[in-house]
Design a binder for this molecule. Structure first.
Ligand code: HEM
Ligand code: HEM
Length: 144
């Protein structure tokens, strides 16, 4: 169970990173370029949202089955974790949940806007913040 979930979470992360970067760059460039919002932009924003939600679900399951999640906290106590172990068990899940919330809020807000530039603006702001959070807390050293 653990190795399968860990494997899926690890590889799904590539997709998350790729679509989040593409959706963010797309929104930023079309916001500043004052481009017209179209079906492709909607699909990209939605696909990013779904990809992130799926990763959230996998991550939550992983947190319960991984020796580096809840079990690490139970075994060592919060104070007994090394900073690296705490990153995986606490800071990574916490900041990633915030990133998913940012994408969800940005997606919802952009949907409610009628004009192109405000639509791109919502995506640009919220997806950029989410991307920063994701880049900051991906456990790079153990991922590769
Ligand atoms: C822990 C699991 C999940 C949580 C807590 C969660 C939470 C949410 C929330 C709060 C919204 C509302 C956004 C709004 O205000 O419109 C939403 C929308 C959505 N979620 Fe999730 N989600 C989860 C898993 C998933 C999964 C596994 C999928 C896809 C397979 C998914 C696909 C979607 C879609 C398509 C929308 C609606 C987008 C739209 O409004 O058009 N979510 N989710
Ligand atoms: C949504 C964006 C997320 C991304 C891009 C992401 C990415 C990653 C990556 C790249 C790893 C390292 C995998 C490896 O060692 O090969 C990892 C590990 C981990 N993630 Fe996430 N993650 C996300 C969300 C979450 C969430 C929401 C949770 C929990 C609520 C979570 C829990 C974990 C845990 C517990 C590990 C350590 C697994 C282990 O080594 O046993 N992740 N994540």
């Amino acid at each position: 169970m653990y190795s399968v979930v860990q494997f899926v979470h690890s590889y799904w992360a590539y997709l998350v990173l790729i679509v989040l970067v593409i959706a963010t760059v797309n929104a930023l460039s079309k916001f500043f370029g004052k481009k017209e919002y179209g079906g492709k932009d909607m699909s990209l924003a939605l696909f990013t949202l779904i990809t992130m939600h799926i990763q959230l679900l996998i991550g939550l399951v992983l947190w319960f089955v991984s020796p580096n999640g809840l079990q690490a906290i139970k075994a060592n106590g919060m104070g007994g974790l090394s900073s690296q172990a705490r990153q995986l068990a606490v800071e990574h899940p916490f900041l990633m949940i915030i990133a998913v919330v940012l994408v969800t809020v940005g997606y919802s807000k952009h949907k409610k806007q009628r004009l192109s530039t405000p639509k791109f603006k919502k995506i640009a702001i919220f997806y950029t913040l989410a991307l920063i959070a994701v880049l900051a807390i991906i456990p790079w050293s153990q991922w590769f």
